[in-house]
Design a protein around this ligand. Structure first.
Ligand code: F6R
Length: 266
């Protein structure tokens, strides 16, 4: 696991976008796993800028989103379909037929989840997965207690997640209680994973996930078992890491050794 502590949210976002850009330059038909939430908005802005100003090509990519609220239609302004259209899909040249976001109105949720897993397999698996982390340590909507081998399924959200998400809804009663989410096992099959986190509110849980024990109580801790994970933090989110100095030192050494890998991002 590589931990990079950027100074700012913008630095974190730029670095995550640069890693995705590198993946697309290596393999233009990459399968991208995508997250919603406030954290990756800057990453998507940086990708849109790379598309508009540098001609980064998204025409061959295939995307799979991590999750979607149950019973929110794709046109609902708090649905993850809507979020992705607003922040990324409508602003780049991705083919609409290559976009996959779990469907919150699926009639047979179980069947839908098996279909989603099969679609990921048919696409050749996820090449690079972007993740955020919830205040309770969830990745996607794998709340505490989710099996580390779990697959795409319906999940009941915790009170903490519902409260965290209330800021996006006018009426607290409208915050969905259920979501369709990729499982921890599904996520761990991605070839490469980038997790981004920013702000003081995430500092404690980020430290638990990275430096604490692997436990189903903090689903992000399962990333410790994956061979290709990069965690990109801003200074606040990295402020509770015991080995922060070591991670920074590794990053500086790497920059010195392989400047081309890091590019202009510091
Ligand atoms: C969203 C997702 C969630 C978020 C997490 C953090 O697709 O999978 O796990 O990444 O809830 O949300 P923010 O970024 O809003 O703090």
């Amino acid at each position: 696991m590589e931990i990079i502590i950027a100074d700012t949210y913008e630095g974190m976002s730029e670095l995550a976008a640069t890693m995705i850009e590198r993946q697309l330059l290596r393999k233009p038909n990459s399968v991208l796993g995508l997250a919603t939430g406030s954290t990756p908005i800057g990453t998507y802005q940086a990708l849109v800028r790379k598309y508009k100003e540098e001609g980064l090509d998204f025409s061959k990519i295939v995307t799979f989103n991590l999750d979607e609220y149950l019973d929110l239609s794709p046109s609902h302004d708090q649905s993850y379909h809507y979020f992705m259209d607003q922040h990324l899909f409508n602003k780049i040249n991705v083919e609409p037929r290559n976009i996959h976001v779990p469907y919150g109105h699926a009639e047979d949720v179980e069947q839908f989840c098996s279909w989603y897993e099969e679609e990921i397999r048919q696409a050749g698996g996820v090449d690079i997965q972007l993740l955020g982390i919830g205040g309770d340590g969830h990745i996607a909507f794998n709340e505490p207690g989710s099996s580390l081998g779990s697959r795409t399924r319906l999940k009941t959200l915790t009170k903490q997640t519902i409260d965290d998400n209330a800021r996006f809804f006018t009426n607290p009663e409208d915050v969905p209680r259920f979501a369709i989410t990729m499982g921890v096992g599904t996520i761990l099959e991605a070839r490469e994973i980038i997790m981004v986190a920013n702000g003081k509110k995430k500092a404690e849980i980020v430290a638990e996930a990275i430096e604490g024990p692997i436990t189903a109580q903090v689903s992000a801790s399962a990333l410790q078992m994956h061979p290709e994970v990069t965690v990109i933090l801003d200074a606040e989110a990295g402020s509770r890491l015991k080995r922060a100095d070591y991670y920074k030192w590794i990053f500086e050494e790497k920059k010195r050794l392989i400047p081309r890998l890091i590019g202009k991002v510091t």
